[in-house]
Design a protein around this ligand. Structure first.
Ligand code: GLN
Length: 303
């Protein structure tokens, strides 16, 4: 298999793709991003890297950060976290509040916004947000083996100014005794973690610990790697998770910045980015590119 040629071809195809989706506009700073961009980076378990397009351009990882905070929270408090958040796909939009009322403030899973707020709240646990953000950044940098990863303060501030749905979710969690810290602190920390910027090359590098196997960096136990992948597969694309599993067949986590991290267990870590989103808030071309890659390589967890 000529992976270099496959990746190059995907770069050409995506540059010519007519339907590029719509850039997220509810966070004003994200709306300014040029939708014509596309990047892809693939890192294999044997240490090879393949990339094309804008793979070295930084973008806002947004909800892809939820994978790292979940790994961190599980490392901190283990299975106790599951008393506060579930492990079922929600079938609802990432920012929906509907189920939170009927399900008594226990979010369906750690990747919808309500669940991610609980995870961040658990890591925060009375510490100053600055310290917790330092801890999150240290984890991501260690995973990537690269200290040149930062939070974009303008994106964080932009979401601070407009993140009323997330505040509503946090207050709803508090009303159900499922928030430990003041909502402002949990939301502020969450907005900043979402504003972490990375390139596809850095994100693919940071995702290697999720490949598992003898060559992957061992940041969490093999059992936890399997479970993180299971959650990415079932919940990583919100109400588009079934479609992503059907089309791609790999665990993946998307963000409204247009990034997707996908894992081929034991074989590769893939990061793709294109800012235009589909109607579920997942990268339009990012999904298409990983679908092409999975088809061309035969990579799938379903055999
Ligand atoms: N920061 C975004 C939000 O909370 C993250 C959502 C996403 O990437 N799906 O709305």
């Amino acid at each position: 298999m000529d992976l270099a040629a496959i990746v190059q071809q995907i770069g050409y195809d995506m540059a010519a793709a007519p339907h590029r989706g719509v850039v997220a506009d509810y966070i004003p700073e994200l709306k300014r991003v040029d939708p014509s961009q596309f990047g892809l980076a693939v890192m294999t378990a044997d240490g090879q890297t393949y990339h094309c397009g804008d793979a070295d351009v930084r973008f806002s990882i947004q909800s892809v950060s939820k994978v790292f905070t979940l790994a961190l929270a599980l490392g901190r408090m283990g299975d106790q976290l599951w008393t506060r958040v579930g492990r079922e796909p929600s079938g609802h939009a990432f920012n929906s509040i509907l189920q939170l009322e009927t399900e008594h403030g226990i979010p369906r899973n750690p990747f919808i916004n309500a669940g991610a707020l609980v995870v961040t709240d658990a890591i925060l646990a009375g510490h100053p947000p600055r310290e917790t953000l330092g801890e999150i950044l240290r984890f991501v940098r260690a995973a990537a083996g690269d200290d040149n990863i930062h939070i974009n303060p303008d994106v964080a501030q932009s979401e601070e100014q407009t993140g009323h749905r997330n505040r509503a979710l946090a207050h709803f969690l508090l009303a159900n005794a499922n928030l430990i810290n003041p909502p402002e602190l949990t939301c502020g920390t969450y907005f900043h973690q979402c504003a972490i910027e990375m390139t596809c090359l850095q994100l693919a590098q940071a995702g290697r610990f999720l490949m598992g196997g003898p060559n992957a960096p061992r940041l969490v136990s093999p059992e936890r790697v399997r479970r993180l992948n299971a959650l990415m597969m079932t919940c990583g694309h919100y109400d588009g998770s079934g479609e992503f599993a059907f089309r791609v067949g790999l665990p993946g986590k998307s963000g409204v910045g247009g990034g997707i991290l996908a894992i081929v267990p034991g074989r590769a870590s893939i990061a793709v980015w294109s800012p235009g989103l589909n109607e579920r808030g997942n990268s339009q071309l990012g999904t298409l590119a990983i679908e092409h890659l999975a088809r061309a390589t035969g990579w799938s967890v379903f055999g």
